[in-house]
Design a protein around this ligand. Structure first.
Ligand SMILES: CC(C)(COP(=O)(O)OP(=O)(O)OC[C@H]1O[C@@H](n2cnc3c(N)ncnc32)[C@H](O)[C@@H]1OP(=O)(O)O)[C@@H](O)C(=O)NCCC(=O)NCCS
Length: 186
């Protein structure tokens, strides 16, 4: 059986790796800044512990390595972002359709990405997402990966384009996190 853990990978400028204990505060600051995540600190800590534990448990259960990973600068080790693999529920029939036949959803491997504001605009998100996509295609034998975002999140759509994703629209606008869906077939 293949090892289904996503392990540390180096890119030209980055290390994409599992989070460790010491990342907690930098990770919380990133999530507050990127997504306005305002959970109480003890809830954040439980989430961080759950993330760390999930790496081992998913692998032991032969489950996909869903979850969040750290993006650090290779030169300094500074944590500058996060990428994640999430089960994304996609209502395929509503995409690019004025008259959807149904609104049923299908789970897909979804990607998320966040980069600290001071480090945005350097192409880090796509650079960090590439090894995750390579893992999903080459180790997990995934047929496709997707990323979903809002109409006005042009930066995220830019990342989708850099990754070669086809951008599809959900003109119903609902659910809001699935207004735009980037799709990459293997
Ligand atoms: C989305 C995000 C991760 C992009 O990270 P990044 O490393 O700065 O990405 P890039 O530097 O490659 O920029 C992405 C592209 O969007 C463009 N872009 C960035 N901000 C933009 C804006 N406000 N309006 C239009 N285009 C924008 C960039 O010019 C770039 O385009 P290019 O490919 O033509 O050069 C970052 O903006 C972020 O963390 N946002 C908050 C979290 C978030 O929304 N995550 C996505 C959840 S779905």
């Amino acid at each position: 059986m293949p090892d289904l853990r996503f392990r540390a990978v180096e890119t030209e400028r980055l290390i994409v790796r599992p989070f460790i204990e010491a990342d907690a505060e930098a990770r919380f600051a990133l999530m507050r800044e990127a997504f306005g995540m305002d959970w109480p600190h003890d809830q954040m800590m439980r989430w961080h512990q759950w993330t760390l534990g999930s790496y081992e448990s998913f692998a032991a259960l032969w489950q996909p390595p869903y979850g969040d990973y750290a993006v650090a600068l290779k030169d300094t080790g500074e944590l500058i972002g996060s990428v994640g693999i999430v089960p994304a529920l996609v209502p395929w029939a509503v995409l690019d359709s004025a008259t959807p036949t149904d609104t049923f959803v299908q789970p897909e491997f979804g990607l998320f990405w966040a980069v600290a504001k001071v480090h945005q605009g350097h192409g880090y998100a796509a650079e960090a997402a590439r090894p995750v996509i390579a893992f999903l295609f080459d180790v997990m034998y995934t047929r496709r990966v997707i990323a979903a975002t809002e109409f006005d999140n042009l930066a995220s759509q830019g990342v989708m384009r850099q990754l070669g994703m086809t951008i599809r629209r959900n003109d119903s606008g609902s659910p809001p996190w699935c207004q735009i869906v980037g799709v990459l077939e293997r």
